[in-house]
Each structure stands twice: as C-alpha cells, then as structure tokens.
Write a protein that binds this ligand. Structure first.
Ligand SMILES: NC(=O)c1ccc[n+]([C@@H]2O[C@H](COP(=O)([O-])OP(=O)(O)OC[C@H]3O[C@@H](n4cnc5c(N)ncnc54)[C@H](OP(=O)(O)O)[C@@H]3O)[C@@H](O)[C@H]2O)c1
Length: 324
C-alpha cells in the first residue's frame, strides 16, 4: 500500500510516499481502509520536530516511527478475533495517536482506542478531522473553561481548525462569541456564528478591559500577561499551544491570581477521558451545532504539498487528504 513516511525532521519535502505492506490486525484490532485523513498543524510540528522537547517522545536524532498522520476516516475491512464493537463495512473515524499511520491507504486501530462510527449525515472528509479541532475544543470549552450560557468567550485564531469548530461549539454552549482573525476572514468567521469579530492586524483585543469570561487562544499567538486585562475578575485564559511562559504561569502564577491560565494535551489524555467528550461532540453534531470547514483537498500522492500548505499557518479550517 501507499503510505507517507519521513526519515528526518524538516520542511515539507521530507515527506515521501513509500510502498509498504498492508498492516495485519491483531486480535483486538480492526483494519481500516482509509478514505480520508486530515493534515493538521500538529502533524506539521511533529514533522519538524518542534518544539524540540517533543523529540523526547518522537526520537532524539530522528523520528522513531516513520509513519505519519493521526486523523482518519474510512471503512472497516477486517476485524481481529476478539473484536465485538465493529464489523466489516462499518464507517469509522478516529485518531491513531503516537502510533501514527493515518496518511496511508490502510491502518490498524485498537477497538478500545479512540475510534467511533461516523454519523450517518457525515462524509469521510468531514469525519477525519473530528478528533483534532472539535474534540480538542470540547476538552477546552467543557472541561477547562466549564463554559456557561451567557458567558462571553474570545476565540483567537477563529479561522483555523480549532478556531472554526470552537466558534460554532461555543455558540452551542450558549455563549456570546468574539472571533479574532485577519481581515480576509472577518466575514467568514461571522458566517460561522460569531457575534463579534476582531481583525488582529488593526485591533488589540486586550484593550477590551474586563470583557471576556474566557479567552481561548487556539493558535498560541497571544500571551497571558498581555491578554489578562481583557478577562473578567475570575476569567480563564486557555491555550492548546504549550510554551515555557504558559507553563510557568500555570505552575507559579495561578495561586496568586483569580484569573487563571490553563493548558491541556487532549491527545495524551486516557481514552476513557476522551470518550465522554466524543459522545458529547457527536450529540452536538446531531443537533446541527457543528459544520466542518474544509479548506483544501489533496490526493495522498500530494501529501508533501498538503504539509507545505498547512505550514503557511493560514489554512481556513481543515486540510484533507483524499485517499482511494
Ligand atoms: N493541546 C491540544 O490538545 C492540541 C490539540 C490539537 C492541536 N493543538 C495545537 O493547536 C494549534 C492550532 O491548531 P489549528 O489546527 O487550529 O491551527 P491552524 O488551523 O493551522 O491555524 C491557522 C489559523 O491561524 C490563524 N492565525 C494566524 N496568525 C494569527 C494571529 N496572529 N492571530 C490570530 N489568528 C492567527 C489564521 O487565520 P488568518 O489567516 O486569518 O490569519 C489561520 O486560519 C496548533 O499549534 C496545534 O499543534 C493542540
């Protein structure tokens, strides 16, 4: 089968297409014939081996696992002897985590892993990125912010993968939403349901003193200290992008201030903690509270070009690999 691999950290041109054997499912695994995968900002960072501390897990001198991609959607084509939750022909989506291998024609997944049936109304390309932006947002909005109806949330990076889902999901939580993006995306973010939009090139949101119960910086472009004046007295500053500054703030600053900074690595959470978030997310999708935004589609053969596009840092929603 065709699969994307990389043998060293670097720019998008380290991504190559290789011919590798189709994996064989173990007793508790399913073999999925992939139809779509998402190329995410996290995939780009993993490929580059940044931040460098991540190499402790990925491999110090080069990637220990050369397979690429974590987000997948496809059809179950084979089941291991102990598999009871899935059958041949089921449409499934999920995340492979540190096993990677989702930028390929087939992948084996543990039936107890982060994998679920695709909602009937969804296409493969819409389901493939669900465990990236939307699931991460559920963790941040529900678990970390405990977002309540009527609260005011600012979503920085509102046009990205996490941002486009966060704007819509926060509206579903009943919140008032301000989206921050560049001028070219103002109308687009409004169309997602944002009540207010801010162009980060012309307006500094931190000047809106005491306005936001939650500031969710999905792209890690702001700093807590700078954003703090814009929070309400008990407001939360959340970011899925870890930096030493944010870590230091969480470790030493949170005890002395009612305004708190928070981070979480959603993909590293145990599956039994991610499942309730996924169930909640699927319920919200069924209620029509989330429409997936797809920016560009690439064939598996063009996976390096997909990575190069994600590297621009200006994708709108999700970038999809169409497979098969
Ligand atoms: N901790 C976790 O659990 C977790 C899980 C998943 C992902 N992540 C991380 O979350 C981050 C975001 O991922 P993503 O996929 O949402 O990113 P993305 O889609 O690549 O972000 C692109 C968006 O960022 C916006 N942007 C660029 N510069 C900006 C600025 N200065 N201010 C505001 N917006 C700006 C762009 O909008 P314009 O074109 O309008 O500028 C573009 O739409 C990544 O670092 C990823 O690794 C963390």
């Amino acid at each position: 089968m065709k699969a994307a691999i990389y043998k060293g950290y670097g720019a998008a041109n380290v991504v190559k297409l290789a011919d590798v054997p189709i994996p064989q499912p173990k007793a508790d695994q399913i073999l999925v014939r992939l139809r779509a995968s998402a190329v995410t900002a996290a995939d780009s960072m993993i490929r580059q081996g940044v931040p460098r501390i991540g190499r402790l897990f990925l491999g110090l001198r080069g990637p220990k696992v050369t397979a690429m991609g974590t987000q997948f959607a496809g059809d179950v084509v084979e089941t291991g002897a102990d598999v009871t939750s899935f059958a041949q022909g089921d449409r499934v989506f999920g995340e492979t985590g540190l096993n990677f291998g989702a930028h390929a024609e087939y992948v084996c997944v543990d039936q107890g892993g982060l994998v679920a049936h695709i909602p009937q109304s969804m296409r493969y390309e819409e389901a493939a990125p669900l465990c990236d932006g939307p699931l991460t947002d559920m963790n941040f909005l529900r678990n970390l912010a405990k977002l309540q109806p009527g609260q005011h949330i600012l979503v920085n990076g509102a046009a990205g993968s996490l941002g486009t889902a966060a704007v819509q999901l926060a509206k579903g939580f009943g919140a008032e939403v301000t989206g921050v993006c560049s001028a070219r995306n103002l109308a687009f973010v409004t169309s997602l349901g944002a009540d207010h939009v801010i162009d980060y090139n012309t307006t500094d949101f931190s000047k809106n003193v005491g306005r936001y119960d939650v500031i969710y910086d999905t792209v890690g472009k702001s700093r807590f200290q700078h954003a703090k004046p814009a929070l309400t007295p008990d407001g939360f500053y959340l970011s899925p992008v870890l930096s030493l500054r944010l870590l230091g703030r969480m470790m030493f600053g949170n005890c002395f201030s009612r305004k708190k900074a928070k981070f979480s690595a959603t993909g590293m959470m145990p599956v039994n903690q991610q499942r309730p978030l996924m169930q909640d997310l699927l319920g919200r999708i069924a209620k029509g509270q989330l429409k997936m935004v797809i920016d560009r589609r690439f064939s598996l053969d063009s996976v390096a070009a997909a990575h190069a596009y994600v590297d621009t840092g200006h994708k709108r929603g999700n970038v999809i690999l169409e497979i098969g």
